[in-house]
Unconditional design. Structure first.
Length: 84
């Protein structure tokens, strides 16, 4: 009876879809995406009648979107990475 109960516990054990390395890479990718959106924020003007040139800075036009795309690439890699 005890052996049968042990087999039932092992068969009901929850298995994750990915390994832990996949989840770590996925979290890194989500962090890179969040960093890209943080880099994209700001640059607004306090006075609506005054235009602020910071909207067109290198950080918001080139660096932030590239960072977001790299983050998406990392997350896609984490999904497609084969497990052993």
């Amino acid at each position: 009876m005890k052996n049968n109960n042990n087999e039932e516990q092992q068969s009901h054990k929850q298995e994750f879809l990915f390994d832990t390395i996949n989840y770590k890479i996925l979290l890194i990718g989500i962090g890179v995406i969040a960093l890209g959106f943080i880099l994209m924020s700001g640059g607004g003007s306090d006075n609506p009648n005054v235009f602020n040139e910071d909207v067109f800075s290198f950080r918001r036009i080139r660096l932030a979107p590239t960072t977001v795309l790299i983050g998406f690439g990392i997350t896609i890699y984490s999904i497609f990475k084969k497990t052993k």
